[in-house]
Design a protein around this ligand. Sequence first.
Ligand code: ZN
Length: 187
Amino acid sequence: MPAIASKKSYRVGRSKTGLGLFATLPIKKGTRIIRYFGPILDSRIPEQDDIENKYLFELNGRWTIDGSVRKNVARYINHSCRPNAESDVRPRERKVFIRAIRNIEPGDEINYDYGTDYFKAYLKPIGCKCASCEAKRKKLRAEARAERARVKARAERKADKAGAKGAAKKKKLNGKHFNGKLVSAVR
Ligand SMILES: [Zn+2]
């Protein structure tokens, strides 16, 4: 039996991308945090199959939970590519629970991986804003910056060398006869 949080261990709060769900108590790995719920849609009924929103949670080929209802606080949980929770899908019971897959500290944002279909449809086009992807982007930006600095330094060293050579040449020529004529100094 999975552990079930006895007290409410979360609150809705501001996250970087809008609202999110945050732990208010320590949540142990494996604990059920919250249920993701809403009306059950039957894909065999055309008007139910036509419903389209960002909070649909597919249980299997036939049944889908419409989690867009206000009471479904779990809908505030944001996606992460490196999450601290997961969805525990029970198609037979037509239930979904969000369960901790790591120990979560008070103040931590609770995340789970929304899955490939959602990612492709909604996150990839705008760029995933999860902490893991932001960190990756930050690292890439820093590497690009370092590379630009390296290229610039290299170019400056080259220019300095060329400048030094040029100056040396000029010095040699300055005030000396060249092909029998005095080559004028600095032009
Ligand atoms: Zn991500």
